[in-house]
Ligand binder design. Structure first.
Ligand code: NAP
Length: 479
């Protein structure tokens, strides 16, 4: 379709930029596209130029020329140095009030810095995390925008139009200032890591612990997808387990090397949880599990040196499928509760005033962790916006209570049979930790005071004290 003006310019025509541009054009919104390597842009326009009002630009000047003013430019560029390079190149050429939206997976501190720097130059900047992979980008992703409310006011309609819609509500809403959007996207990815790890552990238990075939497992996951666990990740897992290798005819999962890669958002979530003092244990364990998986050569050597039970289909299958489903669901509740707690802590730390119910709402569709379950999370925050821990909401409290006997059996069986289930196990330990009024931290405080005079507080008196453990056993008050 011919057009000579565009409402928005997309810079970066890799898979995400291409599909977002097609998504925009499919709504009859004019979109100009540019890519550093021109050939990618021209072949895109050749292939998809007739799908809607798309203008190919060979140079940045051409792009800036055709985009309506104040201009809106969406960057879909490799996060980090690539995004900085593009922004540097753009700034001298833009006019006051133009808006740059970074749709890549930026670190939120980069977003804060860029927003500050660009504001100093009279430009407006939104850091908008986008989730949903290539399919989401094409048909409607979940979009998590942060920046000034004023800038969002100008582009919010467009972003909400191209986002996924659930029950008539767009999976995009203004989240808060500066890095709020990219932080939210990062935690989304962190939860995604935890969810995927929990699913992988469940698969491992049933496949290598109980000896189910991949075809049987495909049916199990399909069945799970019709209940509380209904979600994109469970759905694609059923599909994956039912897929055969086109070369050998073997189950596809059996020929895929067991080394998980990562691009960094899970690691950032774990690092930032530590900075905030929030126990995002399920996400952190998922990151560590990928690290252990990536040491294939080391594991190959260790497998013939280190002793212990070898998983060999020995777990009795009676009831195990239901137990694993219950364990997966309970642990998933923990992972989401921790992720939302991290968002609440970050919001307080950075003054974002994040609305956690809104975040649950925009994760219901378009994104990788989309799940039926998110409706329940939204309802919990609607009922109590200041909820400290999702686990304390009736629905989730009851869900874990119902599943926990099965969860304990599953973790016990995994330990007995030598199957590593770090996310299932640490989520259970977290649960048992938060529900204990008294933990063994009294002993830790005693040790700290013993070797370093770090003081302790007493259960029966106010103030801090130090005990002269070695000298005469006397106690002295400390400030
Ligand atoms: P990508 O491989 O992350 O990025 C490639 C694009 O960045 C290309 O257009 C490339 O141009 C451009 N680029 C890199 N460095 C550049 C520089 N110094 N100057 C100018 N252009 C530069 O592509 P992607 O997978 O489509 O992802 C785009 C962004 O979305 C990333 O930040 C990614 O993290 C995020 N994201 C990706 C997904 C996904 O499923 N793939 C999902 C959500 C978010 P050339 O063609 O010239 O090299």
């Amino acid at each position: 379709m011919m057009t000579d003006r565009a409402r928005i310019g997309v810079i970066g025509m890799a898979v995400m930029g291409q599909n977002l541009a097609r998504n925009i054009a499919s709504r009859n919104i004019g979109v100009a596209v540019y890519n550093r390597t021109t050939e990618k842009m021209t072949s895109f326009v050749e292939e998809h130029g007739d799908e809607g009002p798309i203008i190919g630009a060979e140079t940045i000047e051409e792009l800036l020329d055709v985009v309506e003013r104040p201009r809106t430019l969406l960057l879909m560029i490799t996060a980090g140095a690539g995004t900085d390079a593009v922004i540097d190149d753009l700034t001298g050429r833009l006019d006051d009030g133009d808006i740059i939206i970074d749709g890549g997976n930026a670190h939120f501190e980069d977003t804060r810095r860029r927003e500050r720097d660009l504001a100093d130059r009279g430009l407006r900047f939104l850091g908008a995390g986008i989730s949903g992979g290539e399919e989401g980008a094409l048909h409607g992703p979940s979009i998590m925008p942060g920046g000034t409310a004023e800038a969002y006011g100008e582009v919010g309609d467009l972003l909400e139009t191209i986002a996924a819609q659930v029950d008539g509500t767009p999976c995009c809403t203004y989240l808060g200032p500066d890095g709020a959007g990219h932080y939210t996207k990062m935690v989304h990815n962190g939860i995604e890591y935890a969810d995927m790890q929990l699913i992988a552990e469940s698969y491992d238990l049933l496949r290598h612990g109980a000896g189910l075939s991949t075809d049987e497992l495909a049916d199990v996951f399909a069945e799970w997808n019709s209940g509380d666990l209904e979600s994109f990740l469970i759905d694609i897992t059923a599909d994956i387990l039912g897929t055969q290798d086109p070369r050998t005819g073997e189950p596809m999962v059996d020929v895929i090397l067991d080394e998980a890669s990562q691009k960094g958002t899970g690691r950032w979530t774990a690092q930032l949880a530590l900075e905030l003092g929030v126990p995002s244990t399920a996400i952190t364990e998922a990151v560590y599990a990928r690290v252990v998986s990536s040491r294939k050569a080391e594991r190959r050597d260790a497998s013939s040196i280190l002793s212990g039970p070898t998983p060999g289909g020995g777990i009795a299958c009676d009831g195990l499928v239901d137990d694993v489903r219950a364990a997966l669901y309970a642990a998933k509740i923990i992972a989401y509760a921790q992720g939302f707690e991290q968002l609440a802590a970050a919001s307080a730390e950075y003054g974002w005033d994040l609305d956690l119910g809104d975040i649950a709402t925009i994760w219901r569709g378009g994104c990788i962790i989309r799940a039926k379950f998110l409706d329940r999370i939204k309802q919990a925050f609607d009922a109590d916006a200041d909820l400290d821990n999702l686990l304390l909401a009736d629905y989730f409290r009851d869900g874990v209570a119902e599943g926990q006997a099965a969860w304990r059996r599953v973790v016990g069986a995994a330990v007995d049979h030598g199957i590593a289930v770090p996310a299932l196990t640490s989520a259970l330990s977290y649960y048992d930790g938060v529900r204990r009024e008294r933990l063994p931290a009294n002993l830790i405080q005693a040790q700290r005071d013993y070797f370093g005079a770090h003081t302790y507080r007493r259960t029966d008196d106010d103030g801090s004290y130090h005990l002269r453990w070695i000298a005469d056993g006397g106690e002295e008050p400390r400030d």
